[in-house]
Design a protein. Structure first.
Lengths: 263, 263
């Protein structure tokens, strides 16, 4: 049943086919409609104009994308690591969970645009502050899912470990963490999506480079094709990071029922 | 009968649940004495609430008795458990879904710190013994209920425990699978000279497998009668067609019935 990478790659391509076809049709219809109706580019630019803008402009879009990508990734890693640690503490201490949960929830409901300027002041104008805002945003989902996952083990499996005289560390690493893995990946997938948003919002507030900066300057100069191109780049960046996490999930939890191929 | 030293001895076991927060305490077991000799197969049978699982759990250090002592080869259940002298099979196979069957069976040895090569060799040997050798690389979810339970039995046997506790291990299986596993279990037990305490709802299963059947009655849980099963070994399924088998089952049924009404 397992070990057939070739066919699972084929299956992945086959499952992507409907989305690819839809995109092609959408782009063609869009191009035709915009051309026929002579819609001005500042309302909706034609796909060909956006495509063009991807490769032109004062500075290379790929440079800005890479920078924002780095901020997203660094913030994602730091935020997830902190979130995981807090989730573990919450899972093991009801008291700490009850004491700190209101703050954690509050920190998640505060709009990031309000928090970002504060963080920017603390961490300075450089890349560090963008990473910090991103980490702030990609922290909460894993903390909660980690806690839930660590508490969701099977009680009989726990008794199996008890009868087998497992140590607390063995219970943690060989039982609770593996059974939390599906939850952990739910948290990581949410985090990675938020991380791109976090980096761009931080660049909105203050930056001289990155996709958020490009979007901001393009808007001020009404260079809409470039704005759309930056939007496209940020979407592609988000998808790429998400796909990386999803691929890691396939590697780490091939046993889980969610990994069963949908026929 | 008592010529041989008891391997497992319960004396004066009381177990009382609850009683906090104003609820009336429930007496699950009252003054239970029972001895199980080495190499003996003893079944505990009785209606729900008679404390048969509770007694088993006391022996495996999953419950502390309110009064009385349980000794396994002269030591407490807690010490016996830490010495890996207890095997326990639950009604639910409770396999670790994230491990292949081989690694599941090897788990108790892994927790004990047995080197990888040695524990995998032992696990393979056991998988062959329980008849699922060809599934060592399968995920648990790919196996049927009967096969999962075979793996659970192999896992419980891995540390060569002095006593094997089985808590309705075949309770969730269909009748055909159950008959087949009864037959195979009785062969394995004879071959490995295991000492087994077996909880079941089925008098037929109990008589087929056991040297002695302990009939229990509820409210409070106590031992009503012990039936000596003098059917010759090794037993085939056809033993169930003999008059003696029928007679023993009738006796058991009558005792269960009386335990229910004659309080």
């Amino acid at each position: 049943m397992a070990n057939r990478p070739a066919s699972s790659l084929g299956a992945a391509l086959a499952s992507a086919l409907p989305a690819v076809v839809t995109t092609i049709v959408l782009v063609v219809v869009w191009e035709i409609l915009v051309t026929v109706t002579e819609t001005p580019a500042y309302i909706i630019p034609a796909p060909s104009r956006i495509w063009e803008a991807l490769f032109t402009g004062n500075s290379s879009l790929s440079y800005h994308t890479m920078l924002t990508g780095f901020e997203s990734l660094a913030g994602f890693v730091i935020g997830s690591a902190l979130g995981a640690m807090l989730g573990i503490v919450f899972a093991y201490s009801r008291f700490v969970a009850r004491s700190l949960m209101p703050y954690v929830i509050a920190s998640n409901t505060i709009p990031v645009v309000a928090v970002a300027p504060i963080i920017m002041l603390w961490f300075g104008a450089g890349i560090g502050s963008k990473v910090a805002v991103t980490a702030f945003l990609s922290f909460f989902p894993l903390a909660l899912n980690m806690m839930k996952g660590l508490q969701s083990y099977d009680r009989t499996v726990m008794e199996v470990f008890h009868v087998a005289a497992a140590t607390p560390l063995q219970r943690f690493f060989k039982m609770r963490v593996p059974s939390a893995m599906p939850y952990i990946f739910v948290g990581l997938k949410l985090n990675v999506t938020f991380s791109v948003i976090g980096a761009i919002v931080a660049e909105f507030v203050q930056a001289d480079r990155g996709l958020g900066f490009v979007i901001m300057t393009a808007y001020r100069t009404l260079n809409m094709p470039r704005l759309w191109a930056a939007m496209l780049a940020s979407a592609l960046l988000g998808i790429l990071l998400f796909v990386l996490v999803a691929a890691a999930e396939r590697l780490v939890i091939p046993w889980h029922s969610s990994m069963r191929e949908v026929k | 009968m008592t010529a041989q030293q008891a391997l497992l001895a319960f004396s004066g076991i009381d177990v009382t649940y609850g009683g906090e927060h104003g609820t009336a305490p429930v007496t699950a077991l009252k003054a239970v004495d029972l001895e199980v000799r080495e190499g003996e197969f003893v079944s505990l049978i009785g209606p729900s609430g008679c404390g048969k699982s509770t007694l088993l759990r006391v022996a495996a250090d999953l419950i502390k008795p309110s009064a009385g002592t349980a000794l396994i080869d002269g030591v407490s259940p807690a010490d016996a458990r830490l010495n890996r002298e207890i095997g326990f099979v639950f009604q639910d196979a409770a396999l670790l879904e994230w491990r292949r069957i081989l690694a599941n069976v090897a788990l108790p040895l892994e927790l004990q710190g047995v080197p990888k090569e040695k524990r995998l060799a032992r696990a393979r040997e056991l998988l062959a013994l329980v008849g699922i050798g060809e599934f060592e690389n399968a995920w648990p979810r790919q196996l049927s209920g009967g096969m999962r339970q075979r793996a659970a039995i192999a896992r419980a046997m891995s540390t060569r425990p002095r006593v094997m506790m089985m808590d309705e291990p075949f309770g969730a299986l269909d009748q055909i699978t159950r008959d087949r596993l009864n037959l195979e279990l009785s062969r394995i037990v004879e071959k490995e000279r295991m000492t087994v305490v077996f909880v079941t709802h089925s008098i037929h299963e109990a008589v087929f497998l056991s040297d002695r059947v302990v009939v229990m009655s509820p409210r409070p849980g106590r031992i009503r009668e012990v039936i000596d099963v003098d059917l010759p070994r090794p037993r085939e399924l056809t033993v169930r067609d003999t008059p003696r088998f029928t007679e023993l089952c009738r006796l058991g049924e009558r005792l269960l019935e009386e335990g229910f009404h004659g309080e």
